[in-house]
Design a protein around this ligand. Structure first.
Ligand code: CO
Length: 134
């Protein structure tokens, strides 16, 4: 089912400060902030040789990461994203094994314009898992 690690997403209270950590301290290439109103976040991409780190800052009143940041005010790892070849086949495979898919269970268009699904953290070792059709 699993392909490459597409990204690790880190929720941050302040995108400018978060970007500075990766840019200035770690010397990484960090993209310009990109507002994703449909997803309730503003995001920057940190490009690494083998994957990406995404820093997410809440955008708007009903950001899906607001509750996470209330519990983790300094920020923290919010989810990991794995690539799959066929998202519907992956979903059905996981559902048949008891995994819970968040929302209505239908793929949505993610931040990269590709179909994504989120899986319940309680079924994956306490980690919110995003699947993205590569
Ligand atoms: Co993601």
């Amino acid at each position: 089912v699993l392909g490459r690690l597409n990204h690790v997403a880190i929720a941050v209270p302040n995108l400018e400060q978060g970007s500075a950590v990766y840019r200035a301290m770690l010397g990484a290439r960090v993209s310009a902030p990109q507002a994703e109103p449909a997803h309730g976040v503003t995001v920057v991409f940190v490009e690494l040789p083998n994957t990406k780190i995404e820093l997410l800052e809440p955008l708007g009143d009903n950001s899906p990461i607001a509750a996470f940041l209330a519990k983790n005010p300094a920020g923290g790892i919010h989810h990991v994203c794995y690539e799959v070849e066929d998202i519907l086949a992956a979903r059905d495979h996981l559902k048949a094994r008891g995994a819970r898919v968040l929302g209505d269970g239908e793929p949505k268009t993610g931040a990269h314009g590709k179909p994504v699904l989120f899986l319940h953290p309680k079924d994956f070792l306490g980690t919110l898992v995003e699947l993205e059709q590569a």
